[in-house]
Design a protein around this ligand. Structure first.
Ligand code: NAD
Length: 485
């Protein structure tokens, strides 16, 4: 069993308490290893290290900093297979995709390194005697608090822009899925980063995350996770008026009109629903299907699942769906399935664990479809975060379906499927969501912004808008007449 330490101030260290906690392989239920149980005193050490590193890292020329950040991209590609293997081990991601997903993250560092070099300020016209200019500066020490659903991806989305523009960082990875973050630290160790530029503190959110949120020496929290934790962070960080970036949950509406390409819609939307065992913030949450194509769409969904989704050991080449991340999360998803049945939704597929064999030891739930889900049911209102598709009662009026699609506390993303361009554009305009896809589900690179409306959070990740989140904008006014030399 490999022993792990945390990475603080450029050193590998145990928790000050010397305590550890176990992490498990979700495919087998077996203990994989133990990690340092970080606490408030470890956060203290990490913040002091990050504060010390800040003047050194932030004062490097942008060109030098960008060159170092570009090297991270190359090292991520070199280590993609190992990073992928780790993802399979502690998260249960099918091996076939895991290395590919890790390699793709190098693009985030490349994009941030390149674009940070063009982070221009402005001058603002005043009078010929007065020069006013605006410049962007790094915020300072940024705490990255991230979820388990895409363990490395969620860190990289924040780390790449934060580092590239000159911040120093403390990563608080998800406690159950921290191994990729520690491997990333091993990669970063090979670079000429000042000690403390990036730190990784492992341990539970309630202690490590809490300590970061209230610490005066932390200037910004970049958070992705649940709405409940997001709300708690708003309250905790208010004590020191920290910058807060929030990427929270979703219960995303999908509108399928009667003139849609039903086979494409069903295939793409089931892929979105079942990918990563449904543990994706952008997964469809509520399908609104026109009454004229309702049965046809349900049939097409069932067919597409039979064709594309194989539940199994994530190390098996044939597997496309691995286990859920933990026993606790499997119980949580099963609780929603039970609630759907009790509240009268029709279970037309799945709803259970795999029948027999070795998979029983892992935390598996098979692809599940409910139909005739009504707007008030718990499974229609809350994020399930599992391989469970909720097809709502059929609709017949565009006006009514738009109202129902917007009737939710979340506003992360939405899909519309119709071949009527004007109808599609009207829905896109009126849906309350940070991203709307019309007849597609094309993914996004680092140049595209991502972020929700309503309780799905605020601020943007990705794109120049996302890069700016990690900067302060300073106004400098100079009276030229006062300058002597
Ligand atoms: P979570 O809120 O339980 O945990 C997220 C992180 O916060 C973890 O590192 C956790 O240890 C930490 N944390 C927990 N309690 C804390 C506290 N009191 N103070 C400080 N930190 C604390 O979320 P999760 O279960 O890991 O992730 C799933 C959620 O993430 C879902 O709601 C999903 O929709 C959301 N998510 C959103 C996006 C997006 O882009 N909007 C992307 C991925 C996941």
């Amino acid at each position: 069993m490999k022993q792990y330490e945390m990475w603080i101030g450029g050193k590998w260290v145990d928790a000050e308490s010397n305590k550890t906690y176990p992490v498990y392989n979700p495919a087998t239920g077996e203990e994989l290893t133990r990690l340092p149980l970080g606490g408030a005193s470890d956060v203290d050490t990490a913040v002091i290290a990050a504060r010390r590193a800040f003047p050194i890292w932030s004062k490097k020329s942008q060109a030098e900093r960008s060159q170092i950040v570009s090297k991270i991209a190359a090292l991520i590609r070199e280590n993609a297979q190992e990073l992928g293997n780790i993802d399979t081990l502690d998260h249960g991601s099918p091996l076939k995709r895991a290395a590919f997903s890790a390699a793709r993250l190098s693009d985030r560092f490349e994009w941030a390194a390149y674009n940070a070099r063009s982070l221009m300020g402005h001058t603002v016209p005043q009078s010929s005697d007065v020069l006013v200019y605006l410049q962007r500066e790094p915020v300072g020490v940024v705490a990255l608090i991230t979820p388990w659903n895409i363990p490395l991806g969620m860190i990289v989305q924040k780390l790449a822009p934060a580092l590239a523009v000159g911040n120093t960082c403390i990563i608080k990875p998800p406690s159950i899925d921290s191994l990729q973050a520690l491997k990333l630290a091993e990669i970063l160790e090979k670079l000429e980063l000042p000690p403390g530029t990036v730190n990784v503190v492992t341990g539970p959110g309630g202690t490590v995350g809490h300590a970061l949120a209230i610490y005066r020496g932390v200037d910004m929290i970049a958070f992705t996770g649940s709405c409940e934790t997001g709300k708690e962070l708003i309250s905790l960080s208010s004590q020191t008026v920290k910058r807060l970036q929030l990427e929270l949950g979703g219960k995303n509406p999908i509108i399928i009109c009667e003139d849609a390409d039903i086979t494409s819609a069903a295939t793409e939307m089931m892929n979105g629903q079942m990918m990563n065992s449904g543990q994706t913030c952008a997964a469809p949450g509520r399908f609104y299907v026109h009454e004229k194509v309702y049965d046809k769409f349900v049939e097409a969904c069932i067919t597409s699942i039979a064709k594309n989704w194989v539940v199994g050991d994530p190390n098996d080449e044939k597997t496309t769906m691995g286990p859920l991340v933990s026993a606790e999360h499997r119980d949580h998803v099963e609780g929603y399935i039970k609630s759907g049945i009790e509240q009268g939704a029709r279970l037309v597929l799945g709803g259970k664990r795999p029948a027999t064999g070795p998979l029983n030891k892992g935390y598996y739930v098979v692809p599940t479809i409910f139909t005739h889900v009504s707007q008030k049911m718990k499974i229609a209102r809350e994020e399930i975060f599992g391989p469970v598709a909720c097809i709502m009662e059929p609709f017949s009026s565009d006006e009514k379906v738009l109202e129902m699609a917007n009737d939710n506390t979340f506003g992360l993303c939405a899909h519309v499927w119709t071949q009527d361009a004007a109808r599609g554009m009207r829905f896109s305009n009126d849906l309350q969501a940070g991203t709307v896809w019309l007849n597609n589900s094309i993914g996004g690179g680092p140049e595209l912004p991502w972020g929700g409306y309503k309780e799905s959070g605020y601020s943007k990740e990705g794109s120049l808008y996302g890069l700016y989140e990690y900067t302060n904008l300073k106004r400098v006014a100079v009276d030229i007449r006062s300058l002597k030399k």
